[in-house]
Design a protein around this ligand. Structure first.
Ligand SMILES: [Zn+2]
Length: 234
């Protein structure tokens, strides 16, 4: 399914075809089909104001049987909105708060910390007027039966988009995603697979699969992927 030059119409048809095949390989096809029936049921765990940010930690349903932790930040000052929003994604070893700097991360969160390699880009976006959302994709175990690691990581990010869309202060036509390393990889996947993403920043990732075969954590790979596309096509 390598992408080659073609007409706009043919390119759109190609996109739809590749997305459908990838959804099947990622083992999320059934979730995409039944998404409207999976309610988010958000549960607020904590809320605080630090610097110019309001920061909330919540739990939402990712699938009917599995929930995920998320962090949502929004600017305290300025206009009410609706505001643009960004899904902020960390890499290997990251946690919910990795994309934010020390001015945002609650001091009482003993288990979490800001991670300097991300240069607090989530905080920087919030200060500039964006709503941001973060979840964890750094796990290496598959959590539900008949799923795949990359599928579960991607699905959790798709659910972050669902949550952003449900917020009255978010402009759903202006949602982007950004990440570094594994986070850059997941930003690429999210931008490719979910058309609600208007802009993607994939940092420290874009490469070839041949390169990823050498000396890299192999969590990027899933059955059938290499036979179908390379990253340039994604
Ligand atoms: Zn890995």
């Amino acid at each position: 399914m390598r992408y080659t030059r073609r007409s706009t119409e043919e390119a759109r048809a190609w996109q739809e075809d590749v997305r459908a095949r990838l959804r099947t390989l990622l083992k999320i096809d059934d979730l995409v089909q039944t998404k409207e029936k999976i309610s988010l049921e958000p549960r607020l765990l904590s809320s605080a104001e630090r610097g110019n940010c309001r920061i909330e930690e919540l739990e939402i349903h990712s699938t009917p049987g599995r929930h995920i932790r998320i962090v949502v930040t929004s600017p305290v000052a300025g206009e009410e909105g609706p505001r643009p929003a960004v899904v902020c994604i960390g890499g290997h070893g990251s946690n919910l708060y990795s994309p934010y700097d020390e001015t945002t991360v609650p001091r009482d969160s003993a288990k979490v910390k800001a991670d300097r390699i991300y240069r607090g880009f989530g905080t920087a976006l919030t200060v500039r007027g964006y709503v941001t959302i973060s979840t964890t994709v750094s796990q290496h175990e598959v959590r539900e039966k008949d799923r795949s690691l990359m599928g579960e990581r991607l699905w959790d990010l798709i659910r972050c988009l669902d949550y952003l869309e449900s917020l009255p202060n978010v402009d759903a036509s202006r949602i982007g995603c950004a990440g570094l390393s594994l986070g850059g990889e997941m930003a690429m996947w999210l931008g490719a697979m979910d058309e609600r993403i208007a802009a993607t920043v994939s940092s420290g990732f874009l490469t070839t699969m041949d390169h990823m075969e050498q000396g890299h954590c192999m969590c990027w790979k899933f059955e059938g992927l290499r036979e179908l596309v390379d990253y340039a096509d994604v």
